[in-house]
Design a protein around this ligand. Structure first.
Ligand code: SF4
Ligand code: SF4
Ligand code: SF4
Length: 231
């Protein structure tokens, strides 16, 4: 990768929350802007020369023809395409309504950063890896691991249904750490132990279908795929 990678940041059908995470990186934003050649960021930038890209970050789901045209155009110009946010990675809430599909249904996605919105720390680590010329490392663990490391009391034991066993980690177990159950906003974990998760949930009186319904709110697409079935 060149000394100053050419970066583009795009939004399809979305709430722009993931792009705002980058805008809100107040302490780091100037450093990032000095290190990259920002070719497109319509939300924050009026001068967008576009052209060839080393890395494109794309937020949102594909819900209309114009999204698909934008996505295909960006893909054709970008060496690396990164889906940011659960809508882009799994279809998110637009998928639940039957109107939206994830980026990977249409083009090759090289790396995915889930979250609703994405976590600032994961985004900054990904940018740092890309500036070094590497693809960022995936986070294969579920939220439960981070919850355990933080020594939280498990909410299942308190009678609350929690999606942490099957949800992608990376938020440092934000919700359980605030005594709120995880509702799965980061989508499916790469490597959940389904048998164990099922046993744990059923031991505490919850059915697998209850969990699946909750997880479908953000990543229904994930739970339709073979091999990611919970039941
Ligand atoms: S994943 Fe969440 S924050 Fe990102 S575009 Fe979708 S709804 Fe907005
Ligand atoms: S089920 Fe929820 S509360 Fe329990 S350890 Fe996992 S994430 Fe934490
Ligand atoms: S704990 Fe669950 S719902 Fe809360 S931010 Fe993390 S993944 Fe999202």
């Amino acid at each position: 990768m060149k000394a100053k990678p050419r970066i583009g940041i795009y939004g399809l059908t979305s709430c722009a929350g993931d792009q705002l995470v980058l805008v809100n990186c107040e302490d780091e934003l100037l450093t990032i802007l000095e290190a990259v050649d920002l070719r497109s960021f319509v939300m924050a930038h009026s001068d967008n020369p576009e052209g060839e890209l080393d890395v494109a970050f794309v937020e949102g789901a594909v819900t209309q023809e114009s999204d698909l045209e934008t996505l295909k155009d960006v893909r054709s110009r970008a060496q690396i395409l990164i889906a940011i946010g659960t809508c882009a990675v799994w279809g998110g809430i637009p998928y639940l309504s039957g109107m939206g599909t994830p980026l990977s249904d249409h083009v090759q996605v090289d790396y995915a950063i889930p979250g609703c919105p994405i976590e600032k720390t994961q985004l900054l680590k990904a940018i740092a890896s890309l500036l070094r010329g590497d693809l960022p490392l995936s986070l294969p663990h579920p939220v439960c691991l981070e919850c355990t490391i933080r020594e939280n009391n498990c909410l299942l034991q308190a009678g609350e249904i929690c999606c942490g066993p099957l949800t992608a980690g990376g938020c440092n177990a934000r919700c359980p750490s605030l005594n709120r159950a995880c509702f799965g906003c980061r989508g499916a974990s790469h490597d959940p132990n389904y048998v164990s998760a099922r046993q744990i949930l059923e031991k505490h009186g919850f059915s697998v279908n209850e969990v699946r319904q909750r997880l479908a709110l953000f990543s229904g697409k994930a739970y339709e795929k073979e091999g990611t079935q919970v039941g």
